[in-house]
Design a protein around this ligand. Sequence first.
Ligand code: CP
Length: 362
Amino acid sequence: MVVPNDPQLERPLQPKDGTAGIERPRALFESLPEDPRPLMSLSSRHVVSSRQFDRDTLLQVFRLAAQFESTPALLHPPLAGKILISAFYEPSTRTRLSFESAWHRLGGDIMSITDPKSTGMAKGESLSDIAEMFNNYGDVIVLRNSEAGSIYEMLDSLRIPIINAGNGIDEHPTQAMADVYAMLKWRPELARPDLPAAERIRIGIIGVPSRMRTVRSLLLLLTLFSSSVEEVVILSREDDLFDEGQREELAGAGLNIRVATDLDGELPGLDVVYINAIAWVGDTFEAMGMDMRLTPDSPLKEGAIILHPLARGEELSTDLDKTPHNWYFAQARGAVFIRMALLTCMVRRISEVMDTPDPSRA
Ligand code: CP
């Protein structure tokens, strides 16, 4: 065998860093009291919007995710014999692969669509007919589609649950769950409803709430933790940052939102910096906000964490990867366990996979 003379081949693989071990999820798991009842409400339900979730349900999803993350291998994979239809009609790295990784770890089987041209859609088949077919072939669907309305067109025909894995400009609720899960692993006390004012955090979001589905869904979930969030600063120089009524809805739900344009002026006061540069413009994705970049020279607060939910472009320097600010890899890793928790609750009765008996069956 000829071995190329590349020093990378001699280098031992690096151990996981502190954000990828089991200590943080274990600490989060231990900090959250168990209450299986909210999880039962997820059984056989669709997940389309962050609006469907309340704080108690989210915290129990996070608790179960943390349990999965701190348990290296499942003795009894709960979804053996179940089939996931993974339908991605738009490119994806993180979402598709983390859903499929989650499903494999749960012991299930997968049918994956990665190109709409390989389905009847290319021949003009309607979404409701495709949904009708899905009913016969799987137990749950994960759908990524560029059209905001597509998932809603399928709901009437579906008899199995569907998860919105990104519908155009609209929402990406499970990404937002992974975002908040990362924040709670970083600071488990953020789950407390009575966090003292001095411990509340300030979150900067570099992005456009009206055109970025991840930002839209994250802001909706943050309303459930507004007692732990001193302020959300939207950093952008774009016009039309909010849809009509969007900012008012968030403020009405208790989120303290401010808009700013001076990134370096704001960074020293931010505990979490969430950066997202991919936005919908017309009917296609574009990089947006490239005038706001994070580099090792950015005046980040000591201890601040960076989250980045999507494919990276020049907005986030790779030179930050080896700094303690990098929580974006942990964020992507945690998405696997969030999706394991959610899928388990949607497809199996939670009482079948937890130690605590179902109180409704007592
Ligand atoms: N987070 C996210 O939606 O990334 P992908 O587009 O790679 O799935």
